[in-house]
Design a protein around this ligand. Sequence first.
Ligand SMILES: N[C@@H](CCC[C@H](N)C(=O)O)C(=O)O
Length: 260
Amino acid sequence: MPSIPFAKASACGNDFLVIDFAHAGDNPSELSRRLCDRHNGVGADGVEWILPTSEADIEARLINADGSEAEVSGNGTRCVAACISDHTGATKIRILTGAGVKACELTVHNGTSFEFKAAMGKPEIAGELTVKTRHHETTGIQLSTGNPHFVIFVEEFEEGWQVLADSVARTPHFPLGTNIEFVKVLDRHSLDVRLYERGVGETQSSGTGSCASAVAAIHSGKCESPVRVATPGGAQTVEWSGEITLTGPATIVCTGEFFI
Ligand SMILES: N[C@@H](CCC[C@H](N)C(=O)O)C(=O)O
């Protein structure tokens, strides 16, 4: 039976399959959709397809659960780093993504659980934007942390926030789509965040989303670096002074074979 070997890893509940690109076949987008299907596949928020490169230790190409390609994932990059470290014992891993090389440094290791501090580059802050949808007018901060984000500060997470996020992301303001973060400021160094990701929907956590939330909070004077970003799946720490660094866990959950 032809099959594809995979590793599944989770970073604060944001789960990824890490697979050699040699198995991607001629339609990686369709294959990723099948693999990520939570009922008929392995189940994941995305696939990190890995391949050799001369520019870093490894290249990782991210395909979201819906088959769309994304520039980078903060959590997915740490999941790749965990798999590489598990195989080679390396403690410093440079990963080429669609948003440049991300350097990951191992900070904690216990069995199949890892923690890395990753250099995530410089954010590009487009600024405040008001988006009108059928029933709402929503103001947020539009920025890129390698991929697109729209950060909305809220007092409380209102019921149905996922529906609002979906309709905001579909407006013409975001021709390439966007990830949406609803952000509650807890104090000068901590946030509570809910995430609605491009190509996935609601997720437990997001690395680039945590970076975007912290950068938007610091930029608008609500917080100071470092910022602890709590999400339903767990917490990560974001530091920002020029470059962003992101510290968080990644656990290898299982390995297996997907029958094609
Ligand atoms: N969960 C990720 C972001 C994954 C990519 C995103 N869905 C997009 O399309 O930009 C993270 O941890 O950063």
